[in-house]
Design a protein around this ligand. Structure first.
Ligand code: PEP
Length: 251
């Protein structure tokens, strides 16, 4: 009942031309994918051109971040409404690289998620523990704090526009994937937490993606877990074939 999502985070890679070329290559490879939502997240400067390139296809467009105000004297920021204007349906919020290098906190993630929803975007809200936190048995408390803070004040209705991405920081870009069981135990923890904080039907419906070195050869095992509803893919999304192979996990 939960439509899986396979989202590619292109991070700070690719020019406009390279981005358009990549989606043009990807389009026929995912054209017949049934029962999966395919999303790509290029850099800001490529969004509008990629939006034109994917028109009429089954690929959706995400930005990698947004601001929480719609306009004003906020030099350098990009508003959710402008992302919508550029053709986005989704925005990634609170990626661990933003938390690590750009001072993103649960409070700013929360403001951005609310602003994204208000603009009609789906927010892919990222959470995940550091290696030191996992090794000191703090994974669940860290995730609980991040979920509570990042999703504070949302209504049950808002959850139609929320996708959660669990991305253990130690697995991002490292080639180390959480085992299927390690990922599943955090995913079910998040779902049960959402049930407690909001309600059971919100928890049953919310998509929870796994992210962290997802590749064509490990996606099936991850996707076979009952509470893993998709993947947020970094490195393997930068080429059409591996990303399309990941998006074809169910064939
Ligand atoms: C990411 O950027 O969200 C990510 C999971 O990267 P990678 O797949 O390269 O680990």
């Amino acid at each position: 009942m939960r439509m899986p999502v396979i989202a590619g985070n292109w991070k700070l890679f690719k020019t406009i031309g390279e981005s358009v070329a990549l989606v043009n290559e990807l389009k026929p490879l995912v054209a017949n994918n049934k029962g999966v939502e395919v999303v790509v997240a290029p850099v800001f400067t490529a969004l509008s051109r990629v939006s034109d390139a994917i028109a009429g296809s089954n690929i959706k467009l995400a930005a990698q971040d947004c601001f929480w105000e719609e306009e004003g004297a906020f030099t350098g920021e990009v508003a959710p409404g402008l992302l919508k204007d550029a053709g986005c349906s989704h925005v990634i919020i609170g990626h661990s690289e933003r938390r690590q290098y750009f001072g993103e906190t649960d409070l700013t993630v929360n403001k951005k998620a609310k602003a994204a929803i208000a603009a009609g975007l789906s927010a892919i809200v990222c959470v995940g523990e550091l290696l030191a936190e996992r090794e000191s048995n703090q994974t669940f408390s860290v995730i609980e704090t991040q979920i509570k803070g990042s999703l504070a004040g949302l209504t049950a209705d808002d959850f139609a526009k929320i996708v959660i991405a669990y991305e253990p920081v130690w697995a991002i870009g490292t080639g180390k994937t959480a085992s299927d069981a390690q990922a599943q135990e955090v995913h079910i923890f998040i779902r049960q937490l959402i049930a407690r904080l909001f309600n059971q039907s919100v928890a049953d419906a919310v998509r929870i993606l796994y992210g962290g070195s997802v590749k064509p050869d490990n996606v099936k095992g991850l996707m076979a877990q009952p509470d893993i509803d998709g993947a947020l893919v970094g490195g393997a999304s930068l080429k059409a074939e591996p990303f399309a192979a990941i998006a074809a996990f169910n064939v």
